[in-house]
Design a protein around this ligand. Structure first.
Ligand SMILES: *[C@@H]1O[C@H](CO)[C@@H](O)[C@H](O)[C@H]1NC(C)=O
Ligand SMILES: *[C@@H]1O[C@H](CO)[C@@H](O)[C@H](O)[C@H]1NC(C)=O
Ligand SMILES: *[C@@H]1O[C@H](CO)[C@@H](O)[C@H](O)[C@H]1NC(C)=O
Ligand SMILES: *[C@@H]1O[C@H](CO)[C@@H](O)[C@H](O)[C@H]1NC(C)=O
Ligand SMILES: *[C@@H]1O[C@H](CO)[C@@H](O)[C@H](O)[C@H]1NC(C)=O
Ligand SMILES: [Zn+2]
Length: 942
């Protein structure tokens, strides 16, 4: 638009003047009842209706939702970010349909100053407004018509507004680049679109968008759709870019970027399903050599999804961009996916296989959303698992199709399933489908239950319905509900006909409700009976055996369980259904057959316990590498055995004995599982004499595999490379003398040549930097810090930040903590992660806990209570606490700072975890300690 926009205010001083001006104008408009087509108000200052705020005292009686009787149709939006003054102004016209006569209209607004409002009917006839109110608690701006109720029909609300770009990294915000430059970007999911423009900020208010961005001439403007026109204004040195009308979409998917980046492009071959289109990947100019990997994965994953869904990609273009300041890993903005740099940029010369796999996972996840989530969206955030669980599962399926050698289906266990089985075995868990209302509750539900459990139960569903049936049901669902909003039931209805072809007498909806509408999961207990029959029973699995709970579930904490099993003869993948209402089910085997293991590949979301002699038999099978037990089966057994022991259901000796098979284990995923178990144990034993024995035991287990690995540059395939890194890391962390010596030498060589002379292989960098720094002097640390400050590669920066937290010297960690707070050293997006890294180091744990408590108010100022990342910091840094004193400190801290915001449920998880840790120490520590002691004695005596 033209330069008259310059006349409206952006910086604060002018706003004050303008609001005074508008105040008088507003008053005179009302007083004189002047029939003008426009009038001005200053919502913030003038007419906040206090009575509205005080009328509703309790949070839970406040209705946070907007009326369903007014629905947006189209947004015409112009935004003008001012990079120098770090603010923006904008104008939005919302065309809306009023379905029932009403006296007021509400839109979401947060942290915007509204300086102009105007309301018209569809024929552009002026409609008189009585008053406007800001209701900050509900983040709502209300337009009141007083006695003059407006009738049904189509109307247009126009608002001019200003906002700031420097108040955080959600909404519409500025991101700093190297060399003093900056860019602007947006992140709206879940409730931050209202910080960029007034809107109906709920996912089922889909509407079309006509977006215009004003930008400096030498910058690029990007949005969801393709550019259709632009015009330069020489006097302001700006260019106005208008984008094509969007398809109907939710507010949280709108996206605006202004930057001076470069891009690479490639054509997406749709194989005739829709028109071919261009995929572009953007990054800062000096980093464009780091986008090839993302482009390649992006192209192949997109082509995979088009064929998988059998639905054309709905937009004419697709862009992806790496943004230096980014609050999450990435966001699926439709047609313009935004990424944190570490989730996108890959320098082939410096990036590890782990980094690449993680980048590929994020890209595959976001691309899955372009259909599932964006084209068909959950009705309300209660069902966010539909979006997130699905994309989290599809990322694995698509990568398995395009990069089968990465074995992502097996890695699903260690990356997704095992951790959530721990979270979900606590009373502080919640059902997948969970009622949420406030912005804090909405952001908090983007958690491992929605993502990981959601993905896990979809994997289970696919397991019993079959891959092709699953695909067809999903495709039907997308076609049927495109551009619409759905609830869980509608996905299940689309899958139901395919399910019925296999199980005509069962209901998929009923089965899945037992998994989505109550928290937790079952433990299946096996008991042998006469005639080679095994009897299976189910009960809720909880890590705390003494936990008590109300029977508040409609399914009474019982589940409809798909049972599969392997015997000494064969793998049985046909499903034995264990109904929630049955007391037990039976497996009947032929005389010459033995039951080996239940839950093939851990496809089912449950754990299994066997009698002790069966566990012994399982251990024997593992030791002789039974080919009836797959990679996933082995990882499953390790994971279950430790969980059952932690819960006091299985003697700890059994879980430990199971690990004795590891010397014959040559696959990555079981080792990854075992490594998590050892790290779990080492956290518990850290300050006890048993800790040294645990390290010796691990050294013993890996010694054979260790000698097969090389510290030199190798040419292994990806998964063998991951195994090698895992084994060498275990060697270093367990203090294997040869590994310690090599790490220290390689590290010091590298450090003393200022990170240039010797080249450490990308796959070994994390490990060598970290363990190389373990016994670092203050001088070494300063050298590494200097290297960190100069480093430009984000993957490398991440590894260095981690290494900087490794030293055992508390004084060094203190210095790190102080330097980290300065955003010139550590970006705000990485700060909470640095706190977690330092707290993982036993020398830094207490330090971080003190720091977080002392700085709490400043942390809240920087991140806000609405940050789920701040909320999740608490369980992360207290995860190892295991004393009554620490528990009391937490309780007092929560009492003193009772406003938890989006961290409320995180605090509950943290408390329950610490209580469990305290119990663990009294129940299991001595058993584990004496088992390890005996074992280590036995090794020595050989
Ligand atoms: C406005 O939105 C409606 C529904 O989303 C759509 O059908 C219509 O084409 C849009 N009109 C314009 C002018 O964009
Ligand atoms: C943003 O608005 C909220 C209330 O909706 C208020 O508490 C907060 O202080 C505001 N922040 C800024 C930076 O204006
Ligand atoms: C405007 O609203 C006030 C209360 O907010 C009311 O007293 C007044 O009658 C209204 N005027 C009209 C024209 O509706
Ligand atoms: C509102 O914004 C538009 C720019 O889109 C501008 O033309 C108009 O003058 C503004 N009105 C006021 C009162 O600031
Ligand atoms: C697109 O893919 C199909 C197979 O899926 C192939 O036959 C065709 O040659 C490809 N087209 C281009 C331009 O690469
Ligand atoms: Zn997602």
């Amino acid at each position: 638009m033209k330069s008259d926009m310059m006349s409206w205010a952006c910086p604060h001083k002018v706003i004050v003047m303008l609001s005074l001006l508008s105040f008088s104008l507003f008053v005179s408009t009302i007083a004189l009842s002047v029939k003008s087509t426009t009038h001005r108000v200053e919502g913030n200052i003038l007419s906040t209706d206090i009575s509205k705020k005080t009328k509703t005292k309790e949070d839970h009686v406040i209705n946070y939702r907007l009326s369903r009787d007014v629905r947006p149709l189209n947004y015409t939006l112009i935004l003008w970010p001012d990079l120098e003054r770090r603010c923006f102004k904008g104008q939005v016209t919302i065309r809306m349909r009023v379905l029932r006569p009403t006296t007021n209209i509400e839109v979401h607004v947060k942290n915007l100053s509204i300086n102009y409002v105007d309301f018209n009917d569809d024929a552009n006839r002026f409609v008189q407004i009585n008053t406007t109110n800001l209701i900050p608690k509900r983040e709502v701006y209300e337009v009141q018509f007083g006695h003059n109720e407006i009738s049904e029909g189509v109307y247009k609300l126009t608002l001019n507004f200003t906002g700031k770009l420097d108040t955080g990294i959600v909404g519409f915000y500025q991101s700093k680049l190297r060399g003093g430059l900056s860019m602007v970007a947006s992140k709206f999911q879940p409730t931050y679109a209202r910080q960029a423009f007034p809107c109906f900020d709920e996912p089922d208010f889909k509407a079309t968008y006509d977006i215009t961005l004003v930008k400096p001439i030498d910058y690029v403007a990007l949005s969801n759709m393709n550019e259709i026109s632009k015009s330069v204004d020489k006097s302001t040195k700006t260019e106005t870019v208008t984008f094509a009308t969007s398809v109907p979409m939710s507010t949280y998917l709108a996206c605006f970027v202004v930057c001076n980046f470069d891009y690479k492009e490639t054509l997406i071959n749709t194989s005739g399903i829709g028109k071919d289109f261009t995929l572009r990947s953007f990054a800062q100019k000096q980093q464009t050599h780091k986008i090839d990997f993302a482009q390649d994965i992006g192209k192949r994953a997109t082509e995979f999804y088009i064929k998988y869904y059998e639905v054309p990609y709905p937009l004419p273009k697709l862009d992806m961009i790496a943004i230096p300041d980014y609050v999450s890993g990435a966001t699926e903005h439709w047609g313009l996916i935004t990424y944190r740099e570490t989730s996108f940029l890959v320098d082939e010369a410096t990036t590890s296989s782990q980094n690449k796999i993680s980048v590929a996972n994020t890209i595959a996840h976001e691309l899955a959303h372009m259909w599932f989530g964006n084209l068909v969206t959950m009705k309300w955030w209660d069902e966010v698992w539909l979006n997130e669980g699905f994309a989290s599962y599809m990322q694995v399926k698509s990568l398995n199709a395009i990069e089968p050698s990465w074995t992502m289906l097996d890695q699903f266990l260690t990356k997704t399933l095992h951790s959530v089985l721990v979270t979900d075995a606590k009373l502080s868990s919640h059902p997948i489908v969970q009622k949420v209302e406030t912005p804090d509750q909405i952001t908090a539900i983007f958690d491992s239950i929605s993502y990981n459990k959601g993905a896990s139960i979809l994997r289970m569903l696919e397991g019993f319905i079959g891959e092709e049936n699953f695909r067809k049901g999903v495709s039907d669902y997308l076609k049927k509900y495109k551009y619409g909003n759905t609830v869980t039931q509608e996905l299940l209805s689309s899958l139901e006909p395919y399910f019925k072809t296999l199980y005509p007498h069962l209901s998929l909806k009923y089965i899945m409700d037992t998994w989505t509408r109550q928290m937790g999961y079952p433990l299946i207990t096996v008991r042998p009976a006469a005639n080679n029959i095994y009897i299976l029973t189910q009960s809720r699995f909880l890590l705390d055996p003494a936990a008590t709970y109300d029977d508040d579930s409609e399914f009474h904490y019982r589940w409809y369980v798909p049972i599969t099993y392997s015997t000494s003869k064969e793998k049985r993948d046909d499903i034995l259904w264990f109904a929630d209402t049955s007391d037990s089910v039976e497996i009947s085997l032929s005389d010459d057959e033995k039951l080996l293991k239940i839950n093939n590949n851990q496809m089912g979301y449950y754990r299994v316990n066997y009698p002790l002699d069966m566990w012994s038999q399982i251990i024997e099978q593992l030791k002789v590498k039974s080919n009836m037990l797959t990679i996933s089966d082995r990882a499953h057994l390790l994971d279950d055995a430790f969980a059952l022991s932690d819960a006091g259901i299985l003697p700890y000796d059994i879980a430990l004995s199971l690990t004795q098979y590891l010397p014959v284990e040559k696959d990555f995923v079981p080792w990854e599982t075992a490594s998590a178990k050892f790290s779990h144990l080492s956290k518990k034993l850290i300050n006890t004499p048993a800790y040294e024995n645990l390290k010796k035991y691990v050294q013993h287990l890996i010694s054979g595999l260790y000698t097969e690995q090389s510290w030199e540059k190798t040419n292994l395939d990806v998964i063998q490379g991951l195994l090698r890194t895992r084994v060498l890391t275990l060697a270093a962390s367990s203090g294997l003398p040869d590994a310690e010596r090599r790490v220290r030498n390689m590290f010091l060589n590298w450090l003393n040549s200022h990170g240039t002379n010797t080249i450490i292989e990308p796959d070994l960098r994390s490990l060598i930097y970290y363990y190389g720094m373990k016994h670092a002097s203050a001088e070494d640390w300063e050298k590494l810090w200097a290297l960190y400050l100069q480093e430009e590669d984000v993957q490398e920066q991440t590894k260095l930040r981690s290494a900087l937290s490794a030293p055992e010297d508390v004084a060094i960690l203190k210095r790190y903590l102080n330097l980290a707070w300065d955003e010139k050293n550590i970006r705000s997006q990485d700060y909470l992660n640095v706190l977690q890294l330092i707290s993982t180091n036993p020398s830094g744990n207490g330090l971080v806990w003190d720091e977080v408590r002392n700085r709490w108010n400043t942390l809240v100022d920087r991140f806000t209570l609405n940050s789920r990342y701040l909320g999740n910091l608490i369980p992360a840094i207290t995860s190892g606490f295991n004393t009554e004193k620490q528990l009391q400190e937490m309780i007092s801290f929560f009492e003193e700072n009772s406003e938890a915001g989006a961290g409320a449920s995180a605090r509950q998880r943290a408390l329950e975890n610490v209580r469990n840790n305290i119990k663990w120490t009294s129940s299991h520590q001595s058993t584990v300690a004496s088992w390890l002691e005996n074992y280590v004695k036995a090794i020595k005596s050989i």
